[in-house]
Design a protein around this ligand. Structure first.
Ligand code: ZN
Length: 308
């Protein structure tokens, strides 16, 4: 069964504060036509600024992914992008009335629930996947990120922190809507209590709190409910990677290996892939995973019987 492009059945809204700016912001995710991809609109600017969620619009990768043009930018898009990728939304127009996407609970789960609530509608064109044809490796200090040919989207991620509550963690799985929903979407962003002051002095994490991030102290986690997974940290890194890779503009088929990677290196890989035309091609693909309940299919279309 061919995989058709999907958009939302209806618009959905969310409100919250930006993790880094601390500003209040409202968000509306709307259906959009085939082949338009994911686009953000800054509705608070005059004229409104449309910024496609594509690699060439990435303007900053410090602590978050920011896209923009000369007139406006949208920051911290990666968790929403991960939810759109994980849920299988190919086309959506996202309105925000400020410079940053709301942090929600620091994971992709609230966005994912919104998309499930809207429901997805199959569109008339098949999905054009980016199939990786040649291995590519990029590095930055001790960080490494590579991608190699594979007929599925598989992610392996390794992190290693000196901190005893994190230490070494590794996650490997094929990413489907089901694995994203169960294993990845709920993993929250995290920060070290010892670094909060410095981050805030530099304009980051101003909206950060125990409501939207895991805060790691010297000997314990500050959040009263503890962790959602014993390896929540590496799962969140996978979430960020999925969101950042979606800036390629299409779902990817390849095996990604990440070691201590982050936003900056994710975007270096995206740029490297896009500038090497021999390393990938667009393909259509039949699905072999179970269709989740929120995803509409082409044969959902109600046929109207001809009058007798
Ligand atoms: Zn993140």
């Amino acid at each position: 069964m061919t995989n058709f492009q999907h958009t939302l059945r209806k618009s959905v809204k969310a409100f919250g504060i930006g993790l880094h700016s601390g500003n209040k912001v409202s968000l509306k995710i709307n259906p959009s036509s085939v082949n338009t991809g994911i686009c953000f609109v800054r509705t608070d600017l005059s004229p409104e600024q449309v910024v496609p969620a594509r690699t060439r619009y990435v303007v900053d990768t410090r602590f978050a992914t920011t896209i923009g043009n000369e007139k406006g930018s949208v920051s911290t898009i990666e968790h929403l992008m991960a939810a759109l990728s994980g849920a299988g939304v190919n086309n959506a127009l996202i309105e925000v009335d400020g410079p940053e996407v709301p942090a929600m609970d620091g994971s992709a789960a609230p966005f994912f629930s919104l998309l499930q609530k809207a429901g997805l509608k199959a569109q008339d064109e098949p999905i054009q996947y980016i199939e990786v044809l040649e291995p590519i490796t990029v590095t930055m200090g001790d960080k490494l990120l590579s991608i190699e040919p594979c007929k599925n989207f598989v992610v392996s991620f390794e992190i290693e922190f000196e901190h005893p509550l994190i230490a070494k963690q590794r996650f490997v799985d094929r990413i489907t809507p089901q694995t994203f929903a169960c294993q990845i979407s709920k993993a929250r962003t995290f920060g070290f209590f010892s670094e909060v002051e410095l981050l805030r002095e530099n304009g980051f994490a101003r909206g950060g709190s125990l409501e939207n991030a895991v805060v790691v102290g010297d000997k314990s986690i500050y959040n009263s409910g503890g962790l959602r997974f014993s390896d929540e940290f590496v799962r969140h890194k996978v979430l960020d990677l999925i969101g950042d890779l979606y800036l390629l503009g299409a779902p990817i088929l390849g095996k990604v290996r990440a070691v201590k990677s982050g936003h900056a290196l994710h975007h270096i890989l995206n740029k490297e892939l896009l500038t090497r035309p021999s390393s990938w091609e667009y393909v259509e693909q039949d699905r072999d995973w179970v269709i989740p309940s929120w995803v509409g299919q082409k044969d959902d279309v109600v046929s109207v019987a001809a009058p007798a």
